[in-house]
Design a protein around this ligand. Sequence first.
Ligand code: AMP
Ligand code: MG
Length: 406
Amino acid sequence: MISIEEAQILITRHAHPLPHATVPLADTLNRTLAEDVASDVDSPPYDKSIVDGYALRAADFSPEAALTVIEEVVAGAVPRQAVAAGTATRIMTGAPLPEGADAVVMVEQTEAVAEPPSLGKVVLRAEKVSAGQNIMRRASSMRRGETVLAAGHRLRPMEIGLLAEVGRAEVRVIRQPTVAVLSTGNELVPPSQAPAAGQIRNSNSAMLVACTRLADANPVALGISRDERHELATLIGEGLKHDVLLISGGVSAGVLDLVPRTLAELGVRQVFHKVAIKPGKPLWFGVLEQDGQTRLVFGLPGNPVSSLVCFDLFVRPALAALGGQGFFASAAVAARLASAFDQRGDRVTYFPATVRNDAGTLTAEPLSWKGSGDLRALASANALLRFPAGSRRFEPGDTVEAVRFD
Ligand code: AMP
Ligand code: MG
C-alpha cells in the first residue's frame, strides 16, 4: 500500500493545467488568468479631486481668504473655466480638476457665502493649503499600455474589478474543469425517496457535487448506478466525457465491487489502488488518455466520510492543478488536544474534531464519532485531526495536527 504523499505525487504527474478559454468577465472568479493584460486607459484618466471641496491655487491661500466661486463640477462633468488668482471651483469627488488649480480644500474646511444669482464666495478655514493636496494625478495608478496582470494570476474580486477598469469584458483563462459525479450501489435511493428494507439514501452525490463547487470546478451529477456491469459501464462511459470522474463506492473488496474492473474494460489505466489512510483506504485512481486529453478518474470509498477525506486530500488539489493553481494539499495547523485519543494501526488517521481558539491557543476536541459512515458527527466538526501511523495514546495537552474546514 502506498502512502498519502506517494499517492499525491502520482496524481500530480497527471493533473496538468487544462487548455485556455475566453470567457465573460463575470465568469472568471477564482480562475487562472491565461494572458498578460495591459491597461487600455490611464488611471485615473485625468487629474481628479479625491474629496468634495474647492479647487484653487495653493498660492492664493491666506487665513480667512475669500475666493470667488466660478463654477460647479460634479463627477462625470468637465470643467469649462480655468481657475485664476482669487477664484475657486466647487468640485465633487472624482471630478476632473480645472485648469489653473493645483489643490483642493475639502468642503469641511470652508464656508460658503451665498450671493445669488452668482455662485457666491468661499471663505477658507483651513490652516494651510499645499500644492497637490487632495488631487490624484493622471496615470498615477497605471498608464495606458502598461501590463497590470500577468498570466498565472488567480482572479479574486479585486483582480476582476481591475479587469473591468481596463476594459476587459472577456478574458482568457484556464478552462474550469468539469467533474462528473457517479454514485454506485444497489442499496442507494435518491434523497427524495423513502428507503425500503436494506436501502439507504445516496448522500455522496450531493456532497461531492458541493465539494466540487467549493473547489471552483463544474459538477455534473450522473445519479446512481446499480452494481451491475452493463449499467455501470454505460454511466462510467458518460462520466469519461468530463475532465474528472468521481465514482463513489464499489472500490473495496466486496463481491459487487465492480468499479476497477469496469474502468479497466473502458480503457482507464489504474495508477494506484489503496492508500495507507484511515478512513479512505480503498481509494482508486486512474487515467484515460484519449485524443491528446487526460481524464482523471477517482474511485472514492462509498462511506461518506471516507469519500470526503479523499476528496480533500486528493481530488481538491487535483482540481486546483487542472485549473492552473498547482497541486496544494490543505495546510495543517498545530492544536492542543483537549481529551485523550487512542490511535491504532499502521495508517495515518483523520478524525473529526472541533477546534476552537482559547485566547490564542488552538484547542482540539475529538468528536464522538461512530466511524466513516457517520456524517452526522462530521456535520458538527470544523476540522480533521491528523494522527501519524502507529499505535499510540495521545494525552490531553499533546500537540496534534488539525486540518480545518473553514
Ligand atoms: P462501498 O464502498 O460501495 O463498499 O460502500 C461502503 C459503505 O458506504 C456501504 O455501507 C455503503 O452502503 C455506503 N455507501 C456507498 N455509497 C454511498 C452513497 N452514495 N451514499 C451514502 N452511503 C454510501
Ligand atoms: Mg457498494
